[in-house]
Design a protein around this ligand. Sequence first.
Ligand code: UDP
Ligand code: MG
Length: 344
Amino acid sequence: MNATAAAKRPAVQLSTVIPVYNEEESLPALHKRLTKVLSNITDDYEIVLVDDGSRDRSAEIIESLAAQDPHVVGILLSRNFGHQIALTAGLDHARGDAIAMMDADLQDPPELLPRMLKRIAEGYDVVYAQRRKRAGESPFKLFTAALFYRLLRSLTKVDIPLDTGDFRVINRVALDSVLSLRERNRFLRGMFSWVGFRQTGVLYNRAARHAGETKYPLKKMVRLAIDGITSFSHLPLQFATWLGFTFALLGAAYGMRVLYVWSLGGAVQGWASTVLTVLVLGGVQLVTLGIIGEYVGRILDESRRRPLYFVRRVAHRDAPPAPAPPAASLVGDLDEDDEEDPSP
Ligand code: UDP
Ligand code: MG
């Protein structure tokens, strides 16, 4: 694992990792409900809240929770890196022997954790929560999600469980395995399946969002879906090969017909069929080129080997206060009025 930050502080029995992006309205309720559940399980727990470059007051709320509650650790990222990377950042910093991860909006009920931990105690390494029902989601989201999980399953060899998000509890061995995969295009729920180990699911009814609205607009959902498919399947790349064969066969058959018509002395016809063929083949070529582009772009991303994220500040009760900006002593008491406005 990425031990730099985690190694300095002692291990705990249980970590809960939560990525947060503009969730100021949910955070206090989340902290309250989670604390109630966790303190009933053990005293030796931590709540790792990762601020993913929120533009509301989430970061301040996390700082103040960390200042009051010694169980809270705040990981403030330098900008918005996206849900999967924010979750990874939290997992990198988690010190638990067992680690739970969930959303900040209370769609994943903390009250399910004892049941999930029981399965871990029984010897399972990964316990995922599988949605039986989802409240408060649009029919469009329900339909596209159901379609996506089934498409993904039919495209990949990895046994990714249906209707399962990122709500899961895992043990240290499984976590360290997943954290050793440092790929940029992260589809964590697939990665957790890919590493293997003993896995099982717990069924639950997904609640509606506590407050605010989804941080997954359609664009981000499509991105996540393509990440999921490209990370675990090469089948779309083979799509071009199959289409190529199909059209070559069709072309040969059509060629025979042309020869036959010619042998009968047929006239020059067929403007429509020519144009149609050009259009269809042009479309197919662009689509397959696009598919290849999706993979090439990801190869480029991976080959740059940039760090996955940057941490602006780690906040917990024993953390040193944020240092003053180094330039403070250099500027002295510069008069604000002297400043020139650089904007035209
Ligand atoms: N999230 C994040 N970064 C983002 C988008 C979302 O950390 O760029 C967090 C968000 O705060 C929440 C979780 O990821 O805790 C899941 O997001 P959301 O609930 O909006 O997704 P949905 O449940 O609608 O699929
Ligand atoms: Mg949600």
